[in-house]
Design a protein around this ligand. Structure first.
Ligand code: SF4
Length: 496
């Protein structure tokens, strides 16, 4: 008979999966492990320290309050929810409820890692290249994970994830969606495929990096639409070109017809554009969307021109054609038959196309995490969850994610959106339900916390939370301070 008792597995109750974890092993999400019978959170709690990078003896006995001063001007630490752990299903108080004096006001921060089934990412891709039509499906690993949204000025927009893909499709769709969101939010590169069949376009997206579209690294976002480009640069073309066409997938501009040209007394040239005329000098749909000139599918700009009007045009007419990023340009002069012939571009016009390119910003991908702080998560903060929602709306409670500034949407609930680049690295995790794990912190006055039914008995002073294994990160470049009095209504003279 074997007398050696097998160590018991312990149960993790930090998410609905409820893993039984053997000694020395980690649970399904790799966030929790069994260390000699004790359930431990594997990632360290992350603390943001002040911007001057000064290390203080936080781990060796010194009080964190030694990190004096405002987070912007000094060293006051902020306990984020990154690595804090979860208290699913949150009938328990949040893992850390931390009090500190902030410039004479008793403040408390409630930190928890939320398990977000209702979450996704909004992705902004600065490019005029065609990456798919509005409503096209976005795939990762062959599974649908989102769709193309309405373009914004100079940028393509994707909506990824959401409960419909995480839970509403097949098991594989949910798993792949969760994995893509996790990687995107943790700033890793993810290959997405947009559209169907032969038309499908590959886009590699990584927060803070240029997109890679069908294998090409995108460089610049357009300076503006074709019409705006005419407005910006019209003066520079005077005397050097008789007409200028700025090719753009959305609004192609024509100098001689545009209001800017009229105000500069540019005479008509008899030019004809093969598109749908909007207002003078502004044309829609000159070509199909694509990866050619100005986000169209054309490589030859002359393909959008009809014949010049012989009653108006003249031999030798000088024509500049340029894309909205200045990356493509060509110069022509009309021959005796009024047909544009390529000619060498005058130096001054080369300078002006270079200036268009110089005015373009680098093409970058932005990834914004978006999630809803639901009823059970709020219960970790207060016994009366709706009061937390009201307190956020009343600007008595400030919401941050990993210490980063979050945008709280108007209307019901606490629906937050945050730029993942503002958050500490590795802020996101997952659980196999599937759902994303993301940090969220609620900061408010202790007096307000009491009013909204907070877990007052669980409040600990900042120095009581110290333990080995903290990860200290410096403040993000935007210098957001969740504890700054400026975020709170009471700082603006409202006594309530
Ligand atoms: S998957 Fe859920 S239950 Fe399993 S270890 Fe992770 S948090 Fe705990």
């Amino acid at each position: 008979m074997n007398d050696v008792l097998k160590p018991e597995k312990i149960r993790c109750d930090a998410c609905p999966v409820m893993c039984y974890i053997a000694d020395g092993k980690a649970g399904a999400c790799d966030r929790y492990a069994n260390h000699a019978g004790e359930l431990v959170r594997l990632d360290p709690l992350t603390i943001i320290q002040g911007s001057d990078q000064k290390l203080v003896p936080f781990l060796s006995g010194g009080s964190p309050q030694d990190w004096d001063g405002d987070i912007v001007k000094g060293n006051r630490p902020f306990v984020t929810a990154v690595g804090a752990g979860t208290t699913y299903p949150d009938y328990k108080p949040a893992p850390f409820i931390v009090a500190q004096d902030v410039d004479g006001v008793d403040m408390v921060t409630i930190v928890t890692e939320g398990i977000f089934s209702y979450c996704g990412a909004k992705v902004k891709i600065d490019t005029d290249r065609h990456i798919g039509h509005e409503r096209d499906v976005v795939y990762a690993e062959g599974e649908p994970i989102g769709h193309v949204m309405t373009s914004e000025y100079g940028s393509k927009m994707l909506s990824l994830g959401g409960v419909e893909h995480l839970t509403g499709g097949s098991k594989k769709e949910g798993r792949v969606t969760c994995n893509a969101l996790l990687n995107l939010c943790n700033r890793e590169a993810v290959e997405l495929n947009i559209g169907e069949g032969d038309e499908q376009i590959s886009v590699v997206v990584q927060a803070g990096m240029a997109p890679v579209i069908n294998g090409d690294v995108e460089k610049l976002m357009r300076v503006g639409c074709g019409s705006a480009t005419i407005g910006m640069f019209a003066k520079q073309w005077l005397d050097h070109a008789d007409d200028v066409v700025v090719v753009d997938d959305h609004i192609t501009g024509v100098l001689s017809e545009h209001e800017a040209g009229k105000q500069l007394d540019v005479p008509p040239t008899g030019i004809k554009i093969m598109g749908r005329r909007s207002t003078p000098g502004r044309y829609f749909q000159v070509a199909q969307p694509g990866t050619g000139w100005g986000g169209t599918n054309i490589d030859d700009p002359l393909s959008i021109l009809g014949p010049f009007n012989p009653k108006v045009a003249w031999e030798g007419l000088r024509l500049l054609m340029v894309s909205t990023t200045g990356e493509q340009s060509a110069y022509y002069e009309l021959d005796a038959d009024l047909v544009p012939q390529p000619a060498s571009m005058p130096k001054v016009l080369i300078g002006s196309t270079d200036l268009i390119a110089e005015n373009c910003e680098p093409s970058v991908c932005s990834v914004l995490f978006m999630g809803g702080a639901g009823g059970s998560l709020r219960a970790g903060v207060t016994e009366n969850p709706v009061r937390l929602t009201r307190s956020v709306k009343d600007a008595l409670t400030h919401v941050s994610c990993g210490g980063a500034e979050s945008y709280v949407w108007p209307g019901g609930g606490i629906t937050v959106m945050v730029d993942v680049l503002d958050m500490p690295t590795g802020s996101f995790g997952y659980v196999p339900t599937p759902a994303l794990v993301a940090p969220i912190e609620f900061s408010l006055r202790v007096s307000d916390y009491r009013t909204l039914g907070g877990h007052m008995d669980e409040i600990k002073p900042l120095d009581a939370t110290q333990s080995e294994g903290f990860r200290k990160v410096s403040q993000n470049t935007r210098g957001h301070d969740p504890m700054s009095h400026a975020h709170y209504r009471w700082s603006k003279g409202d006594p309530s």
